[in-house]
Ligand binder design. Structure first.
Ligand code: URA
Length: 255
């Protein structure tokens, strides 16, 4: 563990007061709300680049909330530096596009593994290495969702480096999707993949190779079965649900 203030996240070990748990929303703008959902007295620690950090206390224990930024490279940087200052359990929380017909808006998808449709994780492990979530941390999230009766799905997530071509969206600037990705959404669906997002594979791979625990839960804001569009109206209920699951799952986590 390092006492040094970390270059990108601008945090040091003293800031996290011995905490082991970190929540990683992608968007810095979601950090304060998430931290306050755990602890009304949560405090801002600071912000540097895409990394905004707050410290909450839940059940007497510190929980860091630190944005990962968008996509795999900034997520890997966050994991490196958060691991340096002592974090052990990493929970990504974000939004997602569902690709299975039984997954509805604002449902929660809990990832058990991720398709490595990105480049960052290959800097840490060869492509044959699986991007898998921590079994025990994921089980905590699933058990919490079940106890609360929150609509949820446990499945494989495809983590793409891009929002448009890698997720086979044609409403991009050029409208073009490379041949390699044409038909890919239908194929992932046929292979049982639940959803698209952009960070889980890098998070799972880095944490596994570092011997740390990682999990991911996402709220559905796009139903790719029907449309390419994002429905902003789904966000408040999705956020309410993931906040409840995280609170429930973290109370009682020891170590
Ligand atoms: N985030 C994604 O990466 N894709 C979506 O469709 C929605 C959120």
């Amino acid at each position: 563990m390092s006492d040094q203030r970390q270059y990108h996240i601008a945090l040091s070990a003293a800031d996290i007061q011995g905490g082991a748990d970190v929540l990683l929303p992608g968007d810095p703008g979601r950090v304060a709300d998430l931290a306050r959902s755990l602890d009304e007295n949560a405090v801002a620690l600071g912000a540097n680049r895409e990394y905004c950090s707050w410290l909450a206390h839940l059940d007497g224990r510190p929980v860091l909330v630190c944005s990962s930024g968008l996509g795999a490279p900034s997520t890997a940087v966050a994991v490196e530096e958060l691991a340096n200052i002592g974090l052990k359990r990493f929970i990504r929380v974000g939004t997602t596009g569902a690709i299975q017909p039984d997954i509805d808006f604002a449902d929660i998808v809990i990832s058990k593994a991720a398709v490595r449709l990105e480049g960052t994780s290959s800097h840490y492990a060869p492509m044959a290495y699986p991007a898998v979530a921590s079994f025990s941390l994921t089980q905590r999230l699933v058990a919490a969702a079940e106890r609360l009766g929150v609509p949820h799905h446990v499945g494989i997530t495809a983590s793409s480096d891009t929002f448009w071509p890698g997720q086979e969206r044609y409403d991009s600037h050029s409208g073009y999707v490379r041949r390699a990705f044409q038909g890919s959404l239908a194929e992932w669906r046929a292979l049982g993949v639940a959803n698209f997002e952009m960070e889980a594979a890098a998070l799972f791979t880095t944490c596994s190779t570092f011997g740390l625990e990682a999990a991911c839960l996402c709220g559905v804001i796009a139903r790719r079965v029907d449309s390419q569009a994002v429905d902003h109206d789904a966000y408040p209920l999705a956020a309410e649900r993931w906040q409840a699951i995280i609170r429930e799952a973290l109370v009682g986590t020891r170590g």
